[in-house]
Design a protein around this ligand. Structure first.
Ligand SMILES: Cc1ncc(COP(=O)(O)O)c(C=O)c1O
Length: 375
């Protein structure tokens, strides 16, 4: 397909931008000895799992469906899973398709001990809560917020790790650089270091913005080498965003322009609530191709009936016309995995922009995708 043949709205993921990120991550793996996993919650476009598996060690899942997706679409690579609580009737399958299973509490670990003991080949880890917050502002993304349910606090850890546990895991960052990781690891080492002699691996979670141009990659490599050499344990990282950062766009058509009292509002066939929920949840203003610091001020909003379905206020060089196409940036991550059909909105097409410049329509959704989730 050519660009002109694409329909709106469409998520367009760029193979070459993905590869660029993967090359940075592969370099970190090779020079530090760390193992890097794709956190599928951020990006599960399995059409490109063959590409990703050429660079990374495997995937991590937040539940049985993501774990199953990885076992089907990224065969032969490591398959990790972490859930705050596991359903009894899912455990056999989880232990048969995953090679690393992480528990969020000692009670969950104890509850599933029979299954754990039956599957000696599956490595088991505990998620810890370092109680060291490095974030301000958005508590819903802070696993170290005071009332967080994520990870075992030091006071709730056993004196000695059960023999079945060979790993520790912490995930505390969100879109952060190396310094907060280093500060967090220092706290973990001080408070949980006594367990390091009994483990074989540590997982430093996600939230590392490794593929951002200003990320201190050398600092990260230094820390990983320090951990591996000092404690003789394997180090895992499980970023989501970093894998597909700036690797996708969402194209949308201007359907109408309405006067709303202050500035013109452009009605788009894309929706913040349905197609880019993080814009409302984080919240953040997604980058828009062609926006300028000072120009014509417009409000970009959706054709849903939700009053608050507004993407944001932008300044543009010139006033768009009905029928124009607008392009939002950084739309590969936390977009497709979170979208929904609220208001009966159609889901955007999923398109892969190939390295040879061609566009492949990977998936087109229809009415049945809306209806099948209802009764
Ligand atoms: C346990 C865990 N690991 C990894 C990630 C991926 O984080 P990010 O996409 O910010 O790198 C998350 C995100 O919430 C997470 O909860």
């Amino acid at each position: 397909m050519r660009y002109d043949d694409l329909r709106t709205p469409s998520y367009i993921v760029s193979e070459s931008a993905l590869r660029k990120n993967l090359e940075i991550l592969k370099d970190v793996e090779e020079r530090s000895g760390a193992k890097i996993l794709l956190a599928q919650k951020a990006f599960s476009m399995f059409r490109v799992y063959p590409l990703i598996s050429g660079y990374l060690t495997g995937t991590t899942a937040s539940g049985i469906y993501e774990a199953r997706l990885a076992s089907e679409e990224m065969k032969g690579r490591e398959n990790h899973v972490f859930e705050p609580a596991y359903k009894d009737d899912e455990m056999e399958e989880i232990f048969s398709i995953c090679d690393h299973v992480y528990f969020n509490s000692m009670s969950q670990f104890d509850h599933h001990l029979d299954t754990i003991r039956k599957h000696e080949d599956v490595k088991v880890a505990l998620r810890i809560n370092p109680e060291f917050s490095t974030q301000e502002g958005h508590e819903i993304y802070d696993p170290c917020s005071p009332s967080s349910r994520l990870g075992i606090r030091l006071k709730d850890m056993p004196e000695k790790l059960p023999k079945e546990v060979t790993g520790l895991h912490f995930h505390t960052l969100c879109e952060q650089g190396f310094e907060p990781l280093k500060a967090t690891f220092d706290v973990v080492e001080k408070n949980f270091g006594k367990y390091f002699k009994d483990i074989r691996f540590i997982n430093l979670g996600g939230g590392h913005h490794i593929t951002k141009p200003d990320y201190d990659v050398e600092g990260l490599i230094g820390l990983i080498k320090y951990i591996r050499e000092t404690y003789d344990i394997e180090v895992y990282l499980e970023p989501g965003e970093a894998i597909a950062l700036d690797a996708g766009t969402l194209i949308t058509e201007v359907m109408d322009i309405v006067e709303t009292g202050d500035i013109p509002t452009l009605i788009l066939d894309a929706s913040a609530a349905c197609h880019m929920p993080d814009v409302l949840e984080m919240p953040y203003l997604p980058p828009l191709t062609g926006s300028v610091e000072s120009g014509v001020k417009v409000r970009l909003a959706s054709r849903t009936c939700l009053a608050g379905d507004v993407i944001g206020i932008y300044e543009l060089k010139t006033m768009p016309s009905v029928g124009d196409i607008l392009t939002f940036g950084d739309m590969a991550i936390y977009s497709m995995v979170k979208n929904n059909t609220f208001n009966g909105m159609p889901l955007p097409d999923i398109v892969l922009q190939k390295e040879d410049g061609d566009y492949e329509l990977v998936r087109r959704f229809g009415y049945s995708d809306f209806k099948e989730r209802l009764s």
